[in-house]
Design a protein around this ligand. Sequence first.
Ligand SMILES: Cc1cc2nc3c(=O)[nH]c(=O)nc-3n(C[C@H](O)[C@H](O)[C@H](O)COP(=O)(O)OP(=O)(O)OC[C@H]3O[C@@H](n4cnc5c(N)ncnc54)[C@H](O)[C@@H]3O)c2cc1C
Length: 348
Amino acid sequence: MPGLQREAHFDMSDVNTFVVIIPGDEQAGDSAGLLASARRIAAASMPGKVHAIVLGSPGEAAMPQKLLAAGASSVLLVSHESLIQPVQGGQLLDLLLAVLSDATQDSAKNKPSLFLFAASPLADEIAAGAAFRTGGTALGRCSSIEMQGEQIVASRAAFGGRIKVDLSALALHCFACIRPGEACVPVQASDATVGQVREITLCGALSIPLNATFEAQPASRRRVDAAKVVVSGGRGMGGPEGFEQLDALASALDGALAGSLPAVDAGWVPVTSQVGQSGNYVTPLVYVAVGISGTLQHLAGIGPNVRIVAINNDPEANIFQEAQLGVVADWRVVVPLITAHLRAEAAN
Ligand SMILES: Cc1cc2nc3c(=O)[nH]c(=O)nc-3n(C[C@H](O)[C@H](O)[C@H](O)COP(=O)(O)OP(=O)(O)OC[C@H]3O[C@@H](n4cnc5c(N)ncnc54)[C@H](O)[C@@H]3O)c2cc1C
């Protein structure tokens, strides 16, 4: 185990809810949404503050101020000059563990501490590692978390969303990943505290990084359950040519391609990309449903906070009841236009 050294300690003894921000994690949702969720959870506990721990370079100079504006009562930037890019879980875990003792060693307060991450494969790894190394509990990817008195109570979807598991944590320190589904509510000027921003630069040996190569996947091969944007086609796509158009749209949106059961049965999209009761449970920020009627079995695979954009030529299609944005049109007209527009934007 590497022994990371640091020159200063940071007083976190008055905080019980932490968000852990990983600026280099491209699969995680936005930090403002995570903070909004954390603030809501913290509001039920004393003293109701949320502290942000940023692992690695913040990426943009304005990030600490943005976190304060989004409701963090203080921000700790933890860096190390030998951190490799793209960031790796083992090294970020080293950074987190080096500062975690400040948050967890104050046994006098003897209250549960909750560490929240924006859900992503990297966050899953760090949260599980931190729980193991501190004797805490990894709650996994949670759909909701509450503080009930002195106890952390979480709900988690299992078996592709078909079962909801309620967990009451017994350990003092819990680590959970949540998908930031809440819009960021700016902090009222009257509530705003002048938050402290501190920076700690660690020195010493970090974990040896894995020798990894990263390859961009085409939209049709990306995992639908981890994507921020999912473009999904149904029977209304009419054939594999329709899915080529959807693949182009998904790529332009940097998303993943998915489909309904009939599209899978027809062989237009692989079964691993099926969304619905007997397929994947997806929770992207945006779900673009094209030529999909919106049956209950399909909607069962889409998380409750997902924003749905529907394109369907039947104005009576049920999907419009669920969509935040609906376009009544033949996809053959609309989809190529949107893709061309996005490509032109990207080129500019
Ligand atoms: C036990 C069980 C499990 C199931 N599991 C799943 C599951 O996991 N996932 C799933 O998806 N289904 C599942 N189903 C099937 C489900 O009941 C529906 O049959 C299916 O969701 C319908 O898929 P669809 O919307 O693609 O097709 P349809 O219901 O046929 O809808 C096609 C839509 O395309 C539109 N359309 C047609 N042409 C165009 C065009 N040119 N432009 C724009 N729009 C157009 C039509 O207006 C229509 O609304 C399950 C069923 C059962 C019984």
